[in-house]
Design a protein around this ligand. Sequence first.
Ligand code: SF4
Length: 390
Amino acid sequence: MIEGASQKIRMLEQSPATKGQFSEFVENADWQEVTRSHQEKTEQDVLRALSKSKLDVDDFAALISPAAEPYLLEMVAKSEQLTLQRFGKTVSLFAPLYLSNTCANECTYCGFSMSNAIKRLTLNQTQLGKEIEAIKGKGFDHILLVTGETNKVSMPYFERMIPLIKPHFSQLSMEVQPLDANEYKQLQGIGLDGVLVYQETYRRKTYLEHHLRGNKSNFNYRLDAPDRIGQASIHKIGLGVLLGLEDWRTDSVMMAHHLRHLQKRYWRSRFSVAFPRIRPCEGGIVPKSVISDRQLVQLIAAWRLFDRDLEMSLSTRESPEFRHHAVRMGFTTMSAESKTQPGGYADDSLEALEQFEISDERPVAEIMEMIRQQGREVVWKDWDPALSYI
Ligand code: SF4
């Protein structure tokens, strides 16, 4: 216990808040004050936010507050309309490709935590080839590489694997351990288009309660990863919090501040947000703050009203019913038929390796049909990196 606590203190000392980066903002922010910024909102605040075309973070706080609940239908209609105006009737599909489930971290909410007695697998080149073939066979052209966090699955591994994967997909993003800016730049040079780093929670105290061991307990290093991704001029930066670890409203307001901070500095990048809710997993935990389906709809609509250019992503963590109703609301990308275990597309007998249970297990063809029934078109490739700097 003492050893764990002193390790955390050492880690925090290693990564102090960095001037001009988001850790400096968080260090100076008062969590209780941010909480009051949504708790104390009134109907007038909500109406003011709804009447504006350019919203600030305070307007966003009003739209996710309890005072906005009676305006949910209006918010959803506006969100749908703004999404249609900006993105047309398209929804882009992507697949997560789990390269490895080995991990040297201990996160209370994750089935890959190092102390969980599950089989570990890091794909070799042959296994990777089979996964690529299986994923391409389903039609995907956008891929999200996912790994646990360990020294064995770090830069040398990424530098070997990305050149093998990139020729098969037009867009390649990754959700792996945070890296240094020069490492992101190196990976961009071999085909990386986007990086997702979910902060899980912006409250340091809660963060340390859920990240017990390993590099991930370095709060500031993770917090400043999106700044480093921006400095490396990566095309797309993805943010997210794990809804349920903390007060979902306060975490969302902090993430809205984070988005605005990044947009001011890294105008060449585009941004995405996702809305993962805690799912059952090996060694799972009870959420501290449960977000209902209705509240999640309110949150999604508020994000679209806050930023009409934002990419918004809906994963298979959510149920088929929820995804069916949510698809028109503001989403630009969805995952489909996801496997959260390395090797799972080519070999579906590998369930014991999975990170969390998928809620929507429908095959891609059914998801496409559902999207069409909702009046939307599936796109497999929505942009070409070669055109992104024109
Ligand atoms: S959330 Fe990531 S870092 Fe934490 S245990 Fe799971 S895979 Fe490892």
